[in-house]
Design a protein around this ligand. Structure first.
Ligand SMILES: Nc1nc2c(c(=O)[nH]1)N(C=O)[C@@H](CNc1ccc(C(=O)N[C@@H](CCC(=O)O)C(=O)O)cc1)CN2
Ligand SMILES: Nc1nc2c(ncn2[C@@H]2O[C@H](COP(=O)(O)OP(=O)(O)OP(=O)(O)O)[C@@H](O)[C@H]2O)c(=O)[nH]1
Ligand SMILES: [Mg+2]
Length: 450
């Protein structure tokens, strides 16, 4: 990391202010070569903003700016950092950036400042990932989860797990070093309980993966039903915009239409589909239906729309893929034309896309389908991502094997091998390595010679 990197840190476009950031050993020197202020950059007091001008090679002013110096290690990246706030024009910001590149700065890779922050020990991997989640958050709950992860909540949980695993390995190692000592039954039972506890903790974290996926990419929600029941009208009602074409003609929607929406802080990716009917001679329509079936198979929520004003016997209900029944919300649309009594036992929600009656009940039902919120206290919003999920799954696998080996009275070294694998996997969550520390714990907790 001897290179000094530069990037425009604000969004591309016209804005009030544009920030260019430099990080690395030559940050101050490079900034000093283009900045003219009352005091040379090398002597500027860190963490205060200083007014001055950016000048090009001919000595002409490019912009008047505010400049901030951060001295290693007290910066975001842990390196020397310089930030320059210029006027936010596309061209002006770009020119300052290019002047810095001309001084030898390298264009930063995506995420490189945060990567350096991680490599310099300013944050763990879960926090680095949270920075990205925070930037990408599109809903209130996703933002809350990212903020908490950035504050280190998940990292702390992983570290606690890791400490427990290190303790366990240390304990097992002690028996390897002293094979003449048998594990007495009380200790054995306690160790078994400890392993079970760890598996429970890992499972608890794994249980948050579903919520994590939904927060990060939205609950996949598919609107399906026979032609002309009001599917596109429902998409428009939920999103509040006239996105999809609505018409009295059956077969209006041919292709899938996608829109994002938010319900009580949760993101939903809503897909309107071509009406499903068993037989069609229209090739385009048939292709549309094929897409619909694919969407249905991976949906988190299925909004099955029927024309509730018609008798239930006349409705040709869509054949849903196996295993999806728990995810279905049946919507009895066109309730403004009165809901036919034959639907009374079907367990559907009466709705009118025409008047909007019933929409709040539907929104609540959609949230319920994907957000049980069970298990975790209010305000505690741990939601692991796919990488964490892989690590924790591997760790749990290791612990399950360890427990089995332990119960089968295998030698402690075999049990320890599996626990070590779990330890490695959990260490990967925060991005730590372990071996040295295990040695440390062995010698500090178990006196040699006993
Ligand atoms: N202008 C600006 N705004 C920003 C950032 C930035 O880099 N620059 N950040 C970037 O994403 C976020 C803030 N994150 C930061 C985290 C740590 C430090 C920092 O200087 N840390 C020092 C001192 C800590 C202290 O004073 O308590 C350190 O860790 O030693 C700076 C920004 C959001 N806003
Ligand atoms: N009375 C009444 N009519 C509705 C309601 N919702 C939709 N409609 C009408 O039903 C017809 C079909 O609506 P669409 O939303 O296009 O139906 P669709 O299910 O998307 O139809 P396809 O795309 O052809 O499969 C239109 O004439 C709508 O105005 C409702 O709640 N009440
Ligand atoms: Mg439609």
């Amino acid at each position: 990391m001897s290179e000094t990197i530069a990037a425009i840190s604000t969004a591309f476009g016209e804005a009030a202010i544009g920030v260019i950031r430099l990080s690395g050993p030559q940050a101050r020197e490079m900034a000093g070569a283009v900045f003219e202020g009352r005091v040379p950059v090398a002597d500027l007091e860190p963490r205060f903003q200083h007014f001055g001008r950016i000048v090009d090679g001919n000595g002409s002013t490019v912009d008047s700016v505010l400049l901030t110096v951060f001295r290693k290690p007290a910066s975001y990246t842990g390196e020397d950092v310089v930030e320059i706030s210029g006027h936010g024009g596309i061209l002006v910001t770009r020119r300052i950036y290019e002047l810095l590149l001309a001084q030898g700065a390298r264009a930063a890779e995506p995420g490189e400042f945060t990567q350096r922050a991680f490599l310099n020990g300013k944050m763990d991997l879960t926090q680095a990932e949270a920075v990205m989640d925070l930037i990408h958050a599109q809903s209130e709950l996703a933002l809350q989860a990212a903020t908490q992860q950035l504050e280190g909540r998940l990292g702390k949980e992983a570290e606690i797990l890791r400490d427990d695993l290190i303790g366990l390995v240390a304990h097992l190692e002690a028996y390897i070093d002293f094979p003449e000592e048998d594990i007495d039954p009380d200790t054995g039972a306690a160790m078994e309980a400890r392993m079970e506890g760890l598996i429970g903790c890992l499972q608890g974290l794994l249980d948050t993966a579903e919520h994590g996926r939904i927060l990060r990419s939205g609950a996949r929600t598919v609107i399906c039903g026979e032609p002309n029941v009001g599917k596109s009208s429902l998409l428009n009602l939920l999103t509040g915009v006239d996105r999809a074409i609505v018409s009295a003609q059956a077969g209006t929607t041919r292709d899938t239409i996608e829109e994002m929406l938010h319900i009580h802080g949760l993101p939903f990716r809503l897909v309107d589909t071509a009406g499903l009917r068993e037989h069609t001679s229209d090739l385009i329509e048939a292709t549309g239906m094929e897409r619909t079936r694919k969407e249905l198979a991976q949906a988190d929520v299925i909004l099955e729309v029927v024309d509730g004003s018609q008798p239930m016997a006349e409705a040709r209900r869509v054949e849903l893929p196996a295993g999806t029944s728990g995810r279905v919300v049946l919507i009895l649309n066109k309730s403004d034309e009165a809901t036919h009594e034959s639907w009374s036992l079907a367990g559907g929600l009466a709705l009118s896309c025409k008047t909007g009656a019933g929409i709040e009940t539907l929104r609540a039902a959609m949230k319920d389908k994907v957000w049980s919120g069970a298990g975790r206290e209010q305000g505690q919003l741990v939601a692991i991502n796919a990488r964490h999920q892989r690590c924790f799954q591997e760790a749990k696998g290791g612990m399950e094997r360890a427990l089995e080996a332990f119960r089968g009275q295998l030698a402690p070294e075999f049990v320890a091998v599996d626990v070590r694998e779990a330890l490695q996997a959990v260490g990967e969550v925060t991005g730590r390595v372990d071996v040295e520390e295990i040695l440390g714990v062995i010698f500090s907790q178990f006196c040699i010679g006993k």
